[in-house]
Design a protein around this ligand. Structure first.
Ligand code: C2E
Ligand code: CA
Ligand code: CA
Length: 570
């Protein structure tokens, strides 16, 4: 056992060292707090004995510094001091010392304190080891709920399939996931969260009979996901009903500290032999059905179907292919003209990504952008689009075309880390595009991000001289309060309103209100998805400034876009 002594008085230090070495301890000696801290970090002693009054760093400072480091956070510390007043003791203990012994100490007293602290430490270390071992084994058995863990569940499902092979029995796996469970943990604390999970386990266990001959088994797969293996004659309808029972069971209020907590769960299920004949894929299918249920709405149940797997597989393919799309030169930027409604003159272009994969063919941004956002590739893609579009605009300027904007779409992911203003500045510098010719389109979901940092990023971009537009306005979390705070030049009315503007009085009214509001904030309005002259006329009467849509042109490649400079002649 290694003990570190921090003591500035040489004779006391040597005495103590000698005494401890006689007891068989390995001793490190430090002559002040700073020296002690350095030695403690380097050689990680099993225990530290420290004087209180020392030069450079006193005993309190040493305790505090040691407690702040992960490697020494739990090292036992005994403080040793002539000053025995209660305030000192409390101060030391508050900082995290384990014991306080007054000088002059009795030899036995100090040795007893040391061995009891070391014994305690050994016990804690062992407990930590055991916990870690259990966590890695947790797959076998779930310590929190006492249910089976994932590994055990896999084995039991395999046994169930074996048990009914050659018979006409079916085996179903139902996966259950609590809706919005992270909110419970975040707002009510982990203790309540754990209690809820145990309660879920209890309800499931009371409802589903688990006997060895039935092969029924319930497991917690991790987090708030549970699974049940059900045997017996479950056809579609019986399973539908069973799932509904389970969901209403889990939707019963949870009584927490006298209050009712209302939660719901989603479920997904898969049936053997209908959907698969292996235990592994039976569970995977049920999980994928749960995933789909969750993406629908809280409290949903979905039975697996093969299309779910195809969707997952396609998403995975896209995910993998996206990583190399830029390097392999598979991406292009298309340009869709934006036109002034009053004059028909060209106002600018929106840059839109196009991807042609060698084997998968054309893939729509509607499909790949969300995957790129999930994986983070969107950051590189977005940067590339900005550079390409800016360089293209400079080329058009050089051909003698008068001023126009190019608008690029920004993903919320590009706002993380505050590198955006620097990127914009770099792109403008590298391409030579005048700042006012670049427009950044942001979406309302940005308002859900950390408000303070996005606001300052937007202001920084704005200060560079670029234009800012709010895309897809009206579809998201539209709040006038935040809109006013953002330094926006324009609002883009979402195509979903424009589509029905001439038939649906509600959409017409919303559009009218959006235009009026934008104008009152000093922003201009651009309508997207304009496909008919009727829509255009209506927008004209509302005082909308610009439009974009198939009526004038689809997004087209740069060579073709040049033709749009002559403007719209309706
Ligand atoms: P968005 O920003 O709302 O872009 C407008 C979408 O509407 C484009 O779809 C465009 O082709 C389509 N559109 C334009 N006019 C009409 C019309 O008259 N009728 C109809 N029905 N549709 C019209 P696209 O190119 O498929 O892009 C879909 C979405 O993908 C975009 O929606 C945007 O959110 C995202 N996206 C595209 N390129 C990028 C990009 O470079 N970066 C980021 N972050 N997102 C992009
Ligand atoms: Ca856009
Ligand atoms: Ca849009």
């Amino acid at each position: 056992m290694k003990i570190l002594i921090a003591e500035d008085e040489p004779s006391l230090r040597e005495n103590l060292q000698w005494m401890l070495e006689m007891e068989g301890y390995t001793v490190l000696a430090a002559c002040d707090g700073r020296d002690a801290f350095a030695q403690a970090c380097e050689s990680l002693p099993d225990l530290v004995i420290t004087d209180v009054m020392m030069p450079h760093l006193d005993g309190y400072g040493l305790v505090k510094a040691l407690r702040e480091r992960e490697s020494t956070a739990t090292t036992p510390i005994i403080m040793l001091s002539a000053k025995a007043d209660r305030g000192d003791i409390r101060a030391g203990m508050n900082l995290g010392a384990d014991d306080y012994i007054t000088k002059p100490y009795r030899r036995e007293e100090l040795l007893a304190a040391i061995s009891s602290r070391l014994a305690r430490k050994a016990m804690l270390d062992e407990a930590a080891l055991r916990l870690r071992a259990q966590a890695s084994q947790g797959q076998q058995h779930d310590a929190l709920t006492n249910l089976a863990g994932k590994e055990q569940f896999d084995k039991r499902v395999a046994a169930a399939l074996e048990g009914c092979s050659g018979t006409s029995s079916v085996v179903s796996v139902v996966c259950l996931g609590m809706d919005g469970f992270s909110k419970v943990n975040d707002s009510l604390g982990k203790t309540v969260g754990d209690w809820v999970l145990r309660e879920v386990a209890k309800r499931l266990s009371e409802h589903i009979v688990q006997t060895d001959d039935s092969h029924n088994v319930i497991a917690r797969l991790g987090g708030d996901t549970f699974a049940a293996c059900l045997t017996g004659a479950y056809d579609h309808e019986a399973l539908d009903q069973k799932a509904a029972e389970l969901l209403s069971l889990l939707a019963m209020p949870y009584l927490v500290d006298g209050n009712s907590l209302f939660l719901t769960a989603c479920a997904g299920a898969s049936i053997y032999p209908l959907h698969t004949n292996t235990a592994h894929t039976l569970l995977l299918n049920a999980e994928s059905a749960l995933h789909h249920a969750k993406s629908c709405s809280p409290g949903t149940y979905r039975l697996f179907d093969a299309a779910m797997n195809r969707q997952v597989a396609r998403k995975l393919q896209i995910h993998n292919a996206l990583h190399q799309a830029l390097e392999h030169d598979e991406m292009q930027v298309y340009y869709q003209p934006q036109v002034r409604i009053k004059t028909g003159a060209l106002a600018g272009f929106e840059a839109l990504l196009r991807w042609q994969h060698p084997t998968l063919g054309w893939i729509s941004p509607a499909e790949f952008i969300s995957v790129a956002e999930e994986s983070g590739v969107i950051v590189r893609l977005g940067e590339w689009v900005m550079r390409t579009a800016a360089a293209q605009a400079v080329e058009w300027l050089a051909l003698g075309h008068s001023e126009f904007r190019v608008a690029v779409n920004l993903s919320v992911r590009q706002f993380a880390g505050n590198g955006l203003p620097a990127l914009v500045q770099q792109v403008l510098r590298d391409t030579g595009l005048p700042a006012h010719m670049l427009e950044l389109e942001v979406t309302e979901s940005l308002a859900l991000q950390s408000v303070a940092s996005t606001l300052s990023t937007l202001h920084e971009c704005k200060a560079l001289g670029v234009k800012l537009a709010m895309d897809d306005f009206g579809t998201g979390y539209s709040s006038l309060a935040y809109l006013k705070r953002y330094p926006l030049d324009a609002l883009k009315i979402d195509q979903s309103f424009v589509r029905n503007i001439t038939e649906d009085a509600g959409d017409a009214a919303i559009t009218q209100a959006i235009v009026a509001m934008a104008h009152s904030f000093g922003m201009s309005v651009i309508a997207e998805g304009v496909e008919t002259t009727e829509q255009l006329e209506f927008l004209r009467t509302l005082g909308c400034e610009e439009f974009q849509g198939y009526l004038f042109s689809r997004p087209v490649a740069a060579q073709e876009a040049v033709g749009c400079f002559s403007g719209y002649r309706g």
